[in-house]
Design a protein around this ligand. Structure first.
Ligand SMILES: NC(=O)c1ccc[n+]([C@@H]2O[C@H](COP(=O)([O-])OP(=O)(O)OC[C@H]3O[C@@H](n4cnc5c(N)ncnc54)[C@H](O)[C@@H]3O)[C@@H](O)[C@H]2O)c1
Ligand SMILES: [Zn+2]
Ligand SMILES: [Zn+2]
Length: 361
């Protein structure tokens, strides 16, 4: 029987979000209904509300979540009712050309639930990133549920579902930071702070955190940054070079995603170094660089989709590290809030007051 639950809906471009009664269908073949326990507020939710992703309003927001599987549809074998899971937004297909070449973290055909959740009047909802977890329950593809150790508290575990995984993965997977490397991270919000943590986990010798907000630099230092650079009115490239013997960092991670930060990343890395773009630009942004510098500086210019993670490989491993006290996910939980406080949480995020507000149900 379809269920009626509460959900946070963005009704139209730029309009405040509101709580609506939504209808969650029983899971069909390959689907699961998950009872949500916690869901972080990510910048991408705000992008949806502002119409920056697409115009498929109304959106059911929320996508950094942990919860318990309530029911599964026909043919589902990977999870069962009662399993504690983190939801992921890249359920790999196993059959596309990326998957067949053994690189499933690039999967070009990730999938979501086929059925739609709706408003009470039958209007179909577009769940953010195919998840929609600012709700008591949500319907997803079973492959979007990744089982992890239930000892991890939902508010911390759920964050691996998006921003924190993207940042950790930008350092660990995409940037392939190694022992002794120097790393610079531009923008230390939830994603960049996680990149700092990832760089430390990988054994980087020097980790330079760069942000416009002093509070973010303080947090980054507590997570393992060895140096901080306040970006306002500063020549960021010169500052990074000065801190790295005049050369630049081996890996520079742009966790803002603007032309000016990308250009800083490009020139703040050492010759043959790596730039990782994990911040997401908007459609009107363009970049101009001397092609000779692209050639002459060598190395690699990479983008990081979801931290190039493979949820089934990375989530359980990172949760184990968290439970061993080696990965401080709790540091990202700035506050826990109720469903009715999502709009206020957007404000706090906008002002830079929080790394993550987390809705707890
Ligand atoms: N690649 C992915 O899969 C993925 C996943 C999640 C989020 N993201 C993206 O990552 C980006 C960061 O997300 P977040 O949740 O950390 O956002 P956030 O708002 O919490 O953090 C952004 C940080 O960048 C800082 N900043 C802004 N402009 C700057 C500049 N010019 N120089 C230095 N610092 C600057 C801000 O002060 C803030 O601390 C967003 O673009 C988001 O959409 C990407
Ligand atoms: Zn695939
Ligand atoms: Zn997100």
């Amino acid at each position: 029987m379809a269920q009626q639950v509460r959900g946070v809906v963005a009704p139209g471009k730029g309009e405040p979000v509101r709580i609506e009664t939504i209808t969650v269908p029983d899971p069909g073949p390959g689907e699961a209904v998950v009872k949500v326990q916690a869901c972080g507020v990510c910048h991408t939710d705000l992008h949806y509300r502002e119409g920056g992703i697409n115009d498929e309003f109304p959106f059911l927001l929320g996508h950094e979540a942990a919860g318990v599987v309530e029911s599964v549809g026909e043919g589902v074998t990977e999870v069962a009712p009662g399993d504690y899971v983190i939801l992921n937004w890249r359920a790999v297909c196993g059959q596309c050309r990326a998957c067949l070449r053994g690189r499933p973290w690039y999967c070009f055909d990730t999938h979501n639930a086929k059925q739609k959740m709706t408003l009470s009047d039958g209007t179909e909802l577009s769940p953010a990133l195919g998840i929609g977890a600012f709700a008591d329950k949500t319907l997803v593809a079973a492959g979007q549920c990744t089982k992890v150790d239930p000892a991890a508290r939902p508010a911390a575990a759920g964050l691996l579902g998006c921003g924190v995984m993207a940042g950790l993965g930008a350092a660990l997977n995409t940037g392939a930071v190694g022992r002794g490397d120097s790393v610079a991270v531009i923008g230390c919000g939830g994603v960049g702070a996680a990149a700092v943590l990832g760089a430390r986990l990988a054994g980087a010798a020097k980790i330079i955190a760069i942000d416009l907000d002093e509070r973010k630099l303080t947090t980054a230092a507590s997570l393992g940054a060895t140096h901080t650079v306040h970006a306002a009115g500063t020549d960021v490239v010169a500052a990074v070079r000065e801190l790295t013997g005049g050369f630049g960092a081996d890996v520079v991670i742009d966790a803002v995603g603007r032309p000016e930060t990308y250009e800083q990343a490009f020139y703040a890395r050492d010759l043959a170094g790596t730039v990782v773009l994990v911040g997401v630009p908007t459609p009107e942004m363009t970049l101009e660089l001397p092609l000779l510098d692209v050639f002459g500086r060598g190395g690699a210019l990479k983008s990081s989709w979801y931290g190039d993670c493979l949820p089934s490989r990375d989530f359980p491993m990172l949760i184990d590290l968290y439970l061993q006290g080696r990965l401080d996910l709790d540091a990202f939980v700035s506050e826990t809030i109720g469903l009715e406080e999502v709009e206020a949480a957007f404000e706090k995020m906008h002002r830079g007051d929080v790394l993550r507000s987390v809705v707890v149900l």
